[in-house]
Design a binder for this molecule. Sequence first.
Ligand SMILES: C[S@@+](CC[C@H](N)C(=O)[O-])C[C@H]1O[C@@H](n2cnc3c(N)ncnc32)[C@H](O)[C@@H]1O
Length: 284
Amino acid sequence: MTGAAKSAADLAAEQAAHWNGPGGQGWLRAQARLDHSLVEIGRRVLALANAQPAEKVVDVGCGPGGTTAALAASVGPAGHVLGVDISRVLIDAALTRRLANATFIAGDAGTHPFDAASADLIFSRFGVMFFADPVASFANLRRALKPAGRLAFVCWRPPQDNPWSLVPVKAAAPFLPPLPRPGPEDPGQFSFGDRARVERILTGAGFASLAIEPLDVQMWMGKDVADVVANAGRFGPLARAFAEADPESVTKAKAAIAEALAPHVTTEGVSLPGACWLVSATPG
Ligand SMILES: C[S@@+](CC[C@H](N)C(=O)[O-])C[C@H]1O[C@@H](n2cnc3c(N)ncnc32)[C@H](O)[C@@H]1O
């Protein structure tokens, strides 16, 4: 059974509940580890976006504001960054940064009434794959862009290209309740994996001059296997299954994850391949 029959309203409510509940809390708890894992991807998408002094930027799905802070430094005191996130808990964390030239708003970036033609840059690191109606949401973002503005974001390629996610999930799955299996059009972490779908969404929303380039990275997962296993199931696809499983099954799942990760230990810690799309476009 997939979620294909759910309405857009149901899917949007599910995403809002997830990111205001376990998803947001899990992301916050793992923030230091995630910032470490995502540093290279962040560097690459920020370079693609190339924010300039005095520009106005929107950071979509800004989470606790790590990329918002980097963008705020690039645009300087004459510029401004608006961080938008559906998760109140993550916006509260972002607000503690007290950035002089950034504002944070809790809300759905797909429907937020941005000032029309006000932004030079719409940016996101992994914050655009969760819209219930992606064409309408990207059309809303496009309306916020100045005619000469640009869109730049990074999203994951499919799970099979992302062993950092797939290896632990495949190892643990036999010991856990069934994992969520989102339909191909449902929101979720890997919902922009299909390049043709990304093109269809952006073109449907009115964007032009699309560039969708692969980015391959090594994802740091933790300092050693024990460290990764201790944090397994804190967020992501395993979180709900771990929460629903009995303690014995969780122990077995963790042992299986440890075995599957053993070949991926490097001198720097546990590291597995990750695969993204770096996407840019203009408002057409
Ligand atoms: C994978 S996290 C990325 C967070 C942050 N961009 C980073 O790289 O650290 C996805 C973020 O998108 C946010 N999000 C999901 N749906 C959203 C929506 N419709 N509008 C705004 N934010 C959304 C989530 O709350 C979450 O903070």
